[in-house]
Structure formats: C-alpha cells, structure tokens
Design a binder for this molecule. Sequence first.
Ligand SMILES: C[S@@+](CC[C@H](N)C(=O)[O-])C[C@H]1O[C@@H](n2cnc3c(N)ncnc32)[C@H](O)[C@@H]1O
Length: 312
Amino acid sequence: MSRALRAFGRSVAAGMQADVQTNEVGRSAPLSAAMNYLTVAAGLPLRLLEVGAAAGLNLWMDRYFVQAGAAGWGPADSPVRLTGHFTSGQPPATAMTVVDRRGCDLNPLHPTGSRLLLESFIWPEHVGRLRLLRAAVSVAAPVLVERSSAGTWIRQQLATLHAGVTTVVFHSIVWPYLSGDERTALDDAVRAAGARADQDHRLGWVSLEPDRSGVCLTCERWPENERLVLATSSPHGTNVVWQPAPARLEASADRADMPHDHGSGRAGLVARGRNERDTSDRGPCAGGFWYNRKLLTSVFVPEIGRRLLATG
Ligand SMILES: C[S@@+](CC[C@H](N)C(=O)[O-])C[C@H]1O[C@@H](n2cnc3c(N)ncnc32)[C@H](O)[C@@H]1O
C-alpha cells in the first residue's frame, strides 16, 4: 500500500478530491414510468432535458427494458433489464418516443471515458448495480451534457417550447445539491415556461428526489397545471410503490421545502444520511456501517487526499 501511494500518490490524491457523482441506472425504472405517464396523457413524443445528468445514462432510458408487475416496456432484447424494481401498483406501460435528449451538469462525465470513475461510486457488494451500469454504458451513446449550472441552463433550454412535443425537464437526486438560489432559478424558469405552454407546446417536470420521508416521484404538466405524486421509491430507484390513483402534489410538499445542504454535495451527503440510505440493495451492510462508509468516503477520504497533496 505504501509503495503504491509513493508511486501514484499524486493521482490518488487528485482522484480523492472528486465529488460523488453516482449515475444510477436503476432510477430509469421510476423515471421511465413517469415518461410513460406523460406520453399517455398527451400522446406526443418527448424532448428530454436532464439537470445534473452526470454521464447522461438516464437520458437513454428508452433503450432499457423495464418490468412492472405483469407489464413491461422498452426493447425486450436490451442488456439493461430493470426487473423487480416495482413492488406494487401498475404504472402505464407504453412505448415512449424521444425526439431529442440533452442535459447539463457542473461536471459532465463521458459514459465510456469515465467508466472507471462511475464504477468507483458503486459499493463493491452492489454487484447488480455494477452490472446495470456496465450494460447501460454499452447501449448509451454520449449525449450532449453541457457544463452548466441547473437554473441558467434550463432557462436557456426553455426559451422555446418546441411544437408537437412534450418538453420534459427531469432530475434525480440532484435537488439536495442545489443552493436555495439555484432551486429558485430552476423553479422560476420552469413555471415561466409552463405559463407559455399550450396543447401543441407542452411541458412536463419530473422529479425523483428526497422528501422528508423518503424519495418521491412527482410530475407536473402544463398547460393543464396538473401536479401529481406518482410514486415513492428508494434512492436507487428500487422498491417503487406506484400510487394506484396519483395524489395531488400538495403545496406543503413543494420542492423548495426539501432538505438541502446549501450547495455542497459532499457536505450534503453527510447531512442527509437518512435520506441517502437504501435498505433495498445495500447487501450485508448494517445501517450504521453504511452511514459510516458514506462519512468515510465523503469527508475523510477527500481530507486524506488534501493532506497527500499538501505533503507532495
Ligand atoms: C448524485 S448525482 C445524480 C446523477 C444523476 N442525476 C443520477 O440520478 O444518476 C448529482 C449530480 O448533480 C450534479 N450537480 C450538482 N449541483 C449541480 C448544479 N448546481 N447544476 C447542475 N448539476 C449539478 C453533480 O455534478 C452530480 O453529477
């Protein structure tokens, strides 16, 4: 170990400074069910805009096969098989058509060029998640993930709502990383575009984000001005409970109320330890150990990296 650190100390130290950017393919299970909901509701193809896209793997959700109860959607021969993610309820099963897809991230990753980095964010015993990531990288092509912060980028993208499509803004496990100002900018940009939407220039907003009790899949759409809670799930998109009759998204559940970490992803991972826990696929880890590992990787490891860099 000491020999390895002497030989590769600088690159190890530099790598330890990276923020966690898990690009979780399992989230495509609930996300694609929400896209199905929008497809069935409007009968239009989708233009996907993802905020905090990382390597953009979830922008390829239409290339993944998803099974929910008796129904399935997506290519039956896809190497990405999201089965067993839904525990109850029956989301609409349909074939979505994606006419355009793009995203933004503060630090965009390349799906193949950054594959090892992406794999490093998966706990070693989460073999199923690793398989899904590798399968997704094999079918995903690089998409345009621009280096930009959420609010600015969404305002630019929504300057025009395209005719004959539903433009869908979506994000998963990004909200806790956004500062209050960033959240407000995003919210304002989407609602301003919603006010311009009509039957032929539609807008949807799909969010898979922590709320005070877990992770919530919400969907808003315009021009209907409909606000719904579609499902709950684990942070990695498993244990999805689809609402039998989607409930109205209450004002008290506004995204602006959700816990956040004032802009620091790393600090946030520690602060919101409860919300980040995923009891469905953490394998043999007990809760305390799991939490401590988050603490280890999100605080102590970068600190070791800083000291390594300082000592040369
Ligand atoms: C936990 S990862 C989730 C990635 C992806 N949404 C998923 O579900 O797999 C959070 C991502 O949000 C990005 N991010 C954090 N703050 C951001 C901001 N202000 N604007 C855009 N992206 C941001 C991070 O760089 C990171 O890639």
